[in-house]
Design a protein. Structure first.
Length: 436
């Protein structure tokens, strides 16, 4: 294989490759043998037609077309390994192929790649304004989490005065209204809620305190701006409540004997258990805080990244990935995909969805390319030791041998390397910008 010519036209790079003559001839000979076995000629058994006879029955163009795929694939691999192939400037996804010249003696193949677009970040990513509040755990957080641990061992006792207070279990009916109209999923009967568990929309549980059995009340609630249902996010609503029953929660005695049932290694006393619960909660809050920071940084990068053009191969691939993800979620929700787009994703019609889908795909591509640019600018890398450390953590979390983890991820280290490298970049940007 030799590279005959390299052409750059607009956003495309074309490598014109000439296949080795001996290899091209061998592939044609092999195709003759394969095609001859498919011939049916009177006087010869099927698959036993002599090659010299077969060659008279099979056209050279048919043979060359049959031999092409193997030679195209073979020379593509050789091209990628060639020292003259500049991988960094090209997108290998969606490479297209053309033929420049073909006859029995010569084959010239054109491999057409899209160029990696120029990436420009129009502001200094060292000056991103992000919220970096150091997470803290309150005693009430620990108590709520301990209550979750003990939930199956609690008893519910009817409350004598029936007045709702913090820590009570309330059975009630509710019906939600948006613009004075009921909205899907906003109604339930006989719902049980522990007051103070913070499992409902902020402000909901607090407005139930001091109500009592058989009371009716209408409360005003504003959904969070980041609420998962887009048609409710940030919206002011009303809920009609009917209190059916109020009970006191009687919890088990917290002592060493009870704590032992959870089987947590090296945790024996009540104090150790509370510290363990607090540490777990703090780790979770730190994780959530980091994810929020990553979300803010990602949005900033999308808003401030410009691409010289959007490669069609990357766009097609990302659109396909998003569509497959939506199809999967619709199947899990047991809803037709078209209905899911409207009822769950909140789009008015398919045209609006397609427009948003295209914008999302372009934003995702911009984000990935911006991340790659910053990684290059900051000269970040991941060592073998860091990959091993990641695998050790996985082994500890799932309680399995490190050797088994390595075997499971064998051949998938490139994905782990990419994930850890992106995490390192976000950690670096959070560190750089946390005091801005």
């Amino acid at each position: 294989m030799k590279i005959v010519k390299k052409e750059i036209v607009n956003h495309e790079v074309k490598y014109i490759v000439e296949a080795n003559q001996e290899s091209w001839k061998k592939s044609q000979d092999n195709s003759y043998k394969i095609l001859s076995k498919q011939l049916k000629i009177p006087g010869f058994r099927a698959g036993r037609v002599p090659l010299d006879v077969a060659k008279k029955q099979i056209s050279s163009s048919e043979v060359m077309n049959h031999a092409l795929k193997k030679v195209i694939d073979e020379n593509y691999r050789l091209l990628l390994d060639s020292k003259d192939f500049i991988r960094d400037e090209l997108i290998e996804e969606g490479v297209s192929v053309d033929i420049a010249k073909i006859d029995e003696a010569t084959l010239q193949i054109v491999y057409i790649f899209e160029k990696v677009p120029e990436v420009t970040i129009d502001q200094d990513y060292r000056k991103i304004k992000i919220e970096c509040v150091e997470p803290a755990i309150q005693q009430s957080d620990i108590e709520n989490e301990i209550n979750r641990y003990t939930k199956k061992d609690t008893m519910l006792i009817p409350k004598e005065n029936g007045i709702i207070a913090h820590g009570d279990m309330v059975n009630f009916d509710f019906k939600g209204f948006l613009d004075d109209k009921p909205f899907p999923g906003g109604e339930a009967k006989g719902y049980e809620l522990e007051i103070g568990s913070n499992t409902f929309i902020p402000g909901f549980e607090e407005q139930m305190i001091n109500l009592k059995k058989d009371d009716k009340k209408t409360i005003d609630i504003t959904f969070p701006k980041d609420y998962q249902a887009k048609d409710l996010a940030g919206k002011k609503t009303k809920f009609e409540l009917v209190i059916n029953d109020v009970k006191t929660i009687q919890r088990p005695k917290m002592d060493e004997t009870y704590i032992a049932k959870f089987g947590i290694p090296n945790i024996k006393t009540v104090a150790e258990f509370k510290k363990y619960v607090g540490d777990q909660l703090l780790d979770h809050k730190k994780y959530i805080a980091k994810q929020e920071a990553v979300k803010e940084i990602s949005k900033w990068l999308v808003d401030h990244t410009k691409l010289s053009y959007v490669p069609k191969s990357l766009l097609d691939s990302e659109l396909k990935r998003i569509q497959e993800d939506i199809t999967k979620k619709a199947q899990e929700a047991k809803v037709d995909k078209e209905k899911y787009i409207i009822s769950h994703l909140g789009y008015k019609n398919h045209k609006e969805f397609d427009k948003a889908l295209n914008e999302t795909a372009i934003n995702n591509i911009s984000l990935v390319l911006a991340i790659e640019k910053i990684i290059s600018d900051l000269k970040l890398d991941i060592s073998d030791a860091e990959i091993d450390e990641h695998l050790i953590k996985i082994a500890k979390v799932y309680g399995i041998k490190l050797e088994d983890v390595k075997e499971r991820f064998k051949g998938n280290y490139d994905n782990i390397w990419t994930m850890l490298l992106q995490e390192k970049m976000f950690d670096k940007l959070i560190e750089i910008n946390k005091n801005n």
